[in-house]
Ligand binder design. Structure first.
Ligand SMILES: *Cc1c(COP(=O)(O)O)cnc(C)c1O
Ligand SMILES: [Zn+2]
Length: 410
């Protein structure tokens, strides 16, 4: 049987098709391209049971991924992250069926490894030897490390304020790292000029079509891990929105295969910070596209994206699933981060904390009903952002006894 059932690339805006053997970027019309598969053919030969024997990473879904030859797969074991019941926080929020899918456990400490694994593998397959990308940190870290494994040279441009650890990861990988005194949009412009000048492949979010296929596997996994009965609500911290678009695409594909109920889609929720909420604004105003957000700023760096190229796809996915978009305050992100970490022992990233804060708010508004099954994507590890936790610890002399603070014990 074929390793991949990939058919072609198509433009969701103008309908033009492209060949997956070429090095593709955006459609001529400026829209991102999406990957199509031979679904009818696949439906006849693949069944859910076939997955049982397979490796516990995202390549278990290789028929629904774009890499045609297995020898091109560049993997560090990414995928099949755990889904954990959050009983204590769930009780606190009055959502007894609250779950977290923990993407902090995939290689490089964020779900960006999924996009990088599939994007870099496909880049290798179509003969890319040098690529460049703008990033808020995690994507650059993941892509530079997967590029190192693939033998592809990488040039990464990120804001000076990006998390320190992600810069170190790029340097460890041997990437050409540049910092810009600005936002990810500024990094994007610099990369756009550099790829023209030096002939590198542009791996910017959605300017290459395969990152989304890697991120889509979060949706495939959620369905499989819940035994092909999808949850009621999925909350996703949304920056460029690739993960949300990907999860939506995955669920549609599973419906086409007949593996999940054709009538039931989880309501997809795009979560943003009040410091950068272009999708939420567009959603509230009933727009199909988002306007660039002015002076974007949030501690949840991964979702500090003022203008998303796939804005129309995000808004469509929310609409089609009867989901919503919601912003949360910076204070609520920080307090939720502490709540989840101290109640559950899960040191989530600020982006994940934002999604928890959103779940709490949506339950208060009764948008989430008490007995609904709710899944939150914690998109990265808290340890990648050590500065989110402040607090002094007493330093003792070796002979000194420690004195307990009474209110420390629970
Ligand atoms: C990139 C990133 C996001 C946002 O992901 P998109 O798919 O681009 O919306 C969320 N959380 C973390 C930790 C990230 O690195
Ligand atoms: Zn087009």
């Amino acid at each position: 049987m074929k390793y991949s059932f990939v058919s072609h690339l198509y433009c969701p805006k103008c309908g033009k098709n492209y060949d997956t053997e070429d090095q593709n970027q955006l459609c001529k019309c400026g829209s991102p391209l999406l990957v199509a598969y031979y679904m009818e053919e696949l439906k006849k030969v693949l069944r859910p049971e076939h997955l049982n024997e397979r490796r516990p990473d995202l390549w278990r879904y290789h028929e629904l991924l774009p890499v045609k030859r297995e020898e091109n797969v560049v993997s560090l074991g990414e995928g099949m992250s755990p889904i954990i019941k959050m009983d204590v926080v769930g009780k606190d929020m009055n959502i007894p069926n609250l779950y977290m899918k923990d993407e902090g456990l995939v290689p490089t400490g964020s779900f960006k490894a999924r996009g990088a694994a599939v994007g870099v593998s496909k880049a290798k397959e179509v003969g890319v030897t040098e690529l460049a990308m703008p990033t808020n940190g995690n994507a650059g870290a993941a892509w530079s490390l997967y590029c190192a494994r693939a033998g592809i040279s990488s040039t990464i441009v990120m804001p000076v304020d990006a998390p320190e650890v992600t810069k170190k990861e790029c340097l460890a990988a041997g990437a050409n790292l540049f910092l810009v005194d600005g936002l990810i949009g500024d990094a994007g412009k610099i990369v756009a000029n550099a790829v023209k000048e030096y002939g590198m492949f542009d791996a910017s979010t959605l300017k290459e079509p395969y990152r989304i296929e890697g991120k889509k596997t979060m949706g495939l996994e959620i369905a499989e891990q819940f035994h092909w009965e999808v949850p009621d609500v999925i909350l996703y911290p949304t920056g460029g929105g690739v993960g949300l678009i990907g999860i939506y695409k995955a669920l549609r594909e599973l419906q086409e295969l007949g593996w999940i109920d054709e009538m039931k889609m989880p309501r997809l929720v795009a979560v943003q910070s009040e410091g950068c909420a272009p999708i939420v604004k567009a959603w509230e105003e009933g727009q199909s596209y988002a306007e660039p957000w002015q002076d974007a700023s949030t501690i949840a760096f991964g979702i500090n994206v003022a203008k998303a190229l796939g804005d129309f796809l995000i808004l469509d996915a929310i609409r089609q699933t009867e989901g919503c978009a919601i912003s949360v305050s910076e204070d609520s992100i920080m307090s939720e981060l502490r709540t989840v970490s101290s109640f559950e022992g899960a040191f989530v990233c600020p982006e994940g904390a934002a999604a928890f804060a959103a779940a709490r708010a949506l339950r208060e508004q009764n948008w989430i009903k008490e007995n609904e099954k709710v899944v939150i994507l914690n998109t990265g590890a808290g340890i990648k952002y050590p500065n989110t936790i402040q607090g002094d610890s007493n330093v003792l002399h070796p002979e000194e006894a420690l004195v307990m603070d009474k209110d420390v014990s629970r």
